[in-house]
Design a binder for this molecule. Structure first.
Ligand SMILES: NC(=O)c1ccc[n+]([C@@H]2O[C@H](COP(=O)([O-])OP(=O)(O)OC[C@H]3O[C@@H](n4cnc5c(N)ncnc54)[C@H](O)[C@@H]3O)[C@@H](O)[C@H]2O)c1
Length: 360
């Protein structure tokens, strides 16, 4: 099930895509990055025979032998890159978040509906062994009615690329809500069967890294810090989302917060009428609290979890391959990406207005 792939963006996650594509036997035929040496290096390390780094997105999309592209550039370039690729008839694996606004999502959806190519959004957390196992239990009805989900990702000091595009609102669209929150809110909605999110009350903060030179950090994705750069997005966010049918989703995400290490669990808690769980998305086991024969029991379903992160990426690429080669429905659709964007937009609106808002 191989095909020719083009890389649009060859930074941190572009290289994770390239490694995964190679494991899947997909041929990387071309790459483009605004920093040409990054595209050249990716081709040198991962390119198939006859592949090349090219000087523009147009040149990449015009290359013979490219059936699909990965879009892994800063968030503010997602819309134009995805639209260009879809207009050229390519299949697209578009990194999260889908875009910066629902208006941009609509532009991408309309390019997709006019294209021979299909669109998959990079909600990779759906494919971890733990998430797949919990989803199977839910789909088999073993959780009963799911009435509350708590979705959390906490970093004590983990602002990515401080001063760079991640922390500059016009490039990223926001902080941990649009960076990490999209993963956990998407997973919560996916596990719950995509109920319509109707209203939200949210709050965001920015308490760390001002000034950038005084920020003490543990790790720096897309780093090092640019001390004279911009940091005008939140570093923490919370939200309570009310969905049709009564489900509530509570979200807590931080890039930075004074939380003792390990004291607050990352992951997804699911409260169902027949069973519940609190699982680490990238964990190797899941414990499900339920009742059997009149007794309270915790069940640990068996599943293979040798390298959950890699397994999730491989799962994402299995679906991508099936979408491109067999024309199957994408793992995460553009419509779902758009619904999620509406939630994100509403959380920021709620935070600004200091009250609950309807999700548009
Ligand atoms: N799925 C995940 O878990 C995950 C993890 C990290 C990042 N991401 C997403 O992947 C995307 C890229 O993030 P990253 O961490 O690789 O960032 P990065 O900064 O490491 O890489 C971005 C790449 O895009 C290039 N670039 C920058 N500005 C550009 C422009 N104007 N035009 C074209 N190329 C440009 C940069 O040169 C860089 O090589 C983002 O949308 C981010 O949200 C997803």
């Amino acid at each position: 099930m191989t095909f020719g792939l083009g890389m649009i963006g060859c930074g941190g996650i572009g290289n994770v895509h390239a490694q995964t594509a190679r494991r899947a036997g997909i041929k990387i035929m071309g790459a483009w990055d605004i920093l040409s040496d990054r595209a050249a290096l990716l081709i040198e390390q991962h390119g198939a025979k006859g592949s090349q780094a090219v000087p523009s997105i147009d040149a990449l999309l015009a290359m013979k032998g490219i059936d699909a592209v990965v879009v892994a550039v800063p968030n503010d370039r997602h819309c134009e890159c995805a639209c260009a690729a879809l207009k050229a008839g390519k299949h697209v694996l578009l990194e999260k978040p889908m875009a910066l606004s629902t208006e941009q999502c609509d532009q991408i959806l309309s390019a997709a509906s006019a294209s021979a190519g299909q669109l998959q959004i990079g909600f990779v957390c759906r494919g971890t062994p733990a998430a797949l196992t919990v989803k199977q239990w839910i789909d088999a009805g073993r959780f009963g009615e799911i009435y509350h989900i708590k979705a959390s990702l906490y970093r004590r000091r983990g602002i990515p690329g401080l001063g760079g595009w991640f922390t500059t609102k016009k490039h990223s669209g926001g902080g941990p809500l649009i960076d990490l929150g999209v993963h956990v809110i998407d997973l919560a909605l996916h596990l719950a069967g995509h109920p319509k999110a109707q209203r939200v009350s949210g709050a965001t903060w920015s308490k760390f890294g001002h000034p950038i030179s005084e920020y003490r950090y543990t790790s720096m994705w897309a780093g090092p810090p640019k001390v004279d750069g911009i940091f005008d997005v939140e570093d923490g966010a919370m939200a309570l989302i009310r969905c049709a049918g009564g489900l509530t989703i509570e979200v807590n995400v931080t890039w930075a917060a004074n939380i003792p290490e390990g004291s607050t669990k990352d992951g997804i808690s699911i409260w169902g009428s027949r069973a519940g769980t609190n699982f680490d998305i990238f964990g190797k086991e899941v414990s499900i609290a339920t009742e059997e024969h009149g007794m309270l029991v915790d069940i640990k379903p068996q599943f293979e979890a040798t390298n959950p992160m890699e397994q999730a990426w491989d799962q994402q690429y299995r679906h991508f391959q099936e979408m491109v080669v067999q024309r199957k429905t994408p793992f995460a659709t553009g419509a779902q990406g758009r619904s999620l964007q509406a939630v994100i937009d509403a959380v920021y609106e709620s935070s600004n207005l200091n009250r609950e808002v309807e999700i548009g």
